[in-house]
Design a protein around this ligand. Structure first.
Ligand SMILES: Cc1ncc(C[n+]2csc(CCOP(=O)(O)OP(=O)(O)O)c2C)c(N)n1
Ligand SMILES: [Mg+2]
Length: 356
């Protein structure tokens, strides 16, 4: 028997210095390139602010996404308003680009029930914390869309760790059998909490897991927003033409902790993190835009100031919003709340200083 090693080539367009790699074409116009930068900057600033708010005790435990903006923004921008996304807890940048407002995100991270309700006219499923469950939801939505003759594509966002769950395999199997218009978008950020990807799986890449389901498996440089956008466009075209699902592995890095309750210095070296910081997705796009003379220092500063103001305004609004009543938060699970739930309601009411 031959030993088999599957070979998967990684697709990229820009190198870390923001230069176009030989022979690669760019199918994004100047307006879209600037929009990518604006959205990535917006996401980065929001993520950094949320981390500070958590340290001040103003929001709940928070899983930052810095480092993963190109993967989420590049993929989200390639969709249109009919398309669905099924995000995980680390995909707030994808939610932003698909229409969730900063205010809604703030409500969500503050634990307000209304933050879980996606704004009208967005096709975003509630944020999923159960690892890999949203792949099944995506396969189901895509299957339904096909039966109804709708032209929508569904994207499921998940991490490297999720590919070790049974749900991942069930969803890929179902979608490949029914040729459902779904894209399985994996952000391989190198870790599932503290477990590095090489300890978690024997396969050299996540993209190669598509072979078993006879669907395309594409590995892309997840810190290269243009490359991500272009492979997504291909996968979307395939889905809309009725040719079925695609698995995309966006290779990236979680620059921060798993969540605000984690200390990554315990399981990874500063050297490793430094190496990845040099491949920062925002820096790469910024270098390219500056070389192309699309982004001046003045415009960069203008974007920075405008975005900071927008975030501060949203914080002000949400800080002055009355939290949802405990009835909204705890009252919908059982017809008649059982004793334990009643105890919880009383405990929370006392803590909040309110009776209901
Ligand atoms: C079904 C299930 N098992 C375990 C957990 C606990 N858990 C939370 S995050 C996480 C790691 C997930 O890693 P990955 O899929 O790579 O996503 P990332 O956090 O890196 O974005 C685990 C095991 C969970 N939320 N759900
Ligand atoms: Mg991960």
């Amino acid at each position: 028997m031959n030993e088999t090693t599957y070979k998967v080539e990684q697709y990229s367009v820009l190198n870390s210095d923001g230069e176009i790699i030989n022979g690669r074409s760019i199918q994004v116009n100047d307006r879209e390139l600037l929009e990518m930068y604006r959205l990535m900057k917006r996401a980065r600033l929001l993520d950094e602010k949320l981390l500070r708010l958590q340290r001040q005790g103003r929001i709940c435990t928070y899983p930052p996404f810095s480092g993963q903006e190109a993967a989420q923004i590049g993929s989200g921008m390639a969709l249109n308003e009919k398309d669905w996304i099924c995000p995980s807890y680390r995909d707030l940048a994808a939610c932003l680009v698909r229409g969730m407002s900063i205010e809604s995100i703030l409500m969500y991270v503050k634990g307000y029930a209304s933050g879980w309700k996606m704004p009208e006219n967005t096709r975003i499923l509630p944020i999923q914390v159960i690892i890999a469950a949203q792949l099944l939801h995506a396969a189901g939505i895509a299957h339904a869309a096909k039966i109804k003759g709708e032209d929508s594509v569904t994207v499921s966002y998940f991490g490297d760790g999720a590919t070790s769950q049974g749900d991942f395999h069930e969803a890929l199997n179902f979608a490949s059998v029914f040729k459902s218009p779904v894209i399985f978008f994996c952000q391989n950020n190198q870790y599932a909490i503290s477990i590095p990807v090489y300890q978690q799986m024997a396969s050299a890449t996540i993209a190669q897991k598509a072979i078993a389901y006879d669907i395309p498996g594409i590995q892309v440089d997840g810190n290269d927003v243009i490359a991500v956008y272009q492979v997504m466009k291909e996968a979307i075209k395939r889905a809309r033409e009725g040719r079925g699902p695609t698995l995309i592995e966006a290779v990236t890095y979680r620059q921060g902790p798993h969540t605000t309750s984690d200390e990554p210095k315990k399981y990874r070296t500063e050297e490793e993190t430094k190496k990845w910081l040099a491949k920062d997705p925002l820096l790469r796009l910024q270098k390219y835009l500056k070389k192309k003379l699309l982004l001046s220092d003045e415009l960069e500063n203008q974007i920075l100031q405008q975005t900071k103001k927008e975030i501060e305004n949203a914080i002000h609004i949400v800080d002055n919003t009355v939290p949802d009543s405990l009835d909204t938060v705890l009252g919908n699970a059982y017809k008649n709340p059982h004793l334990l739930l009643q105890e919880q309601i009383e405990y929370c009411s006392k803590k909040r200083g309110i009776t209901k």
